[in-house]
Design a protein around this ligand. Sequence first.
Ligand code: OGA
Ligand code: MN
Length: 296
Amino acid sequence: MTIGIHPLHPLFVGEVSGADLTRPLSVAEIAEIEAAIATYAVLVFRDQRITDEQQLGFSECFGSLEHTGGTGISKPSEQRLHPAFADVSNLDVGGEVLARDNRRRLYSLGNMLWHSDSSFKAVPAKYSLLSGRVVVDKGGETEFADMRAAYDSFDDATKAEIEDLVCEHSLMYSRDVLGFEDLTEIEKATMRPVRQVLVRTHPVSGRKSVYLASHIGKIIGWPVPEARAFIRDLTEQVTQPEFVYRHVWRPFDLVMWDNRCTMHRARRYDATSVRDMRRTTVAGDAPTVAMGPSNI
Ligand code: OGA
Ligand code: MN
């Protein structure tokens, strides 16, 4: 079967038709999806009433999956989903909506800051696949920004300045932005900063992109305030409306994105409404910088 792609934005994002993710895909279909995501960076699949097992099966077609329980924010006994899922919902293990001051809820508000998944890991994520099982009526959209088009829009001086820069990423930095400060020593130990290049070249499309995230706290060799002011400035530039697609969720949408060349963020919604979103994450192939003692 051949899939069809309908663009949802002038720069990126394709809606895929003709794919049923509840059944195993052929090698040819997987290759078509990989080719499509190399072009569109974000793919939207509608009406995919998948189970967790089917989501795992589909995700594994693209590589090995990250096990996202790594930060230790919720204990295994508090986790609703298989450890290969990032539980992006606002629900506890019993399916109840988390209280407004619930620690896991407050921690997950980091998703409202522009980011790329797992940029705080030495080997950052390749694809993320987010399935909307129960979506909210108002708010709760997910916005995506095209970091290739944003890079292309930079003037030559900016491109030259950022070409060889290396940044430090940590969950500690993004949580600090939110004022989420009561991290335990064990949690802090799992959030040791890693280094990532600021300019990446996509292995399939060959396009350059700027690799930003709210997890950045330093640029190697720069004074910290100057680095943070510059990163904030770049983030403003790359998230201007022309580079952004806003996904309004319908039940059973599955959105798949390439973290190597996009950023995303969640938008606010009523904390008392159920939002059940489940993410699987395909691991990357290699670190973006040469491994040294500071990046192990
Ligand atoms: C994610 C994420 C945003 C959202 O799943 O990685 O950032 O809208 N989600 O829930
Ligand atoms: Mn995310």
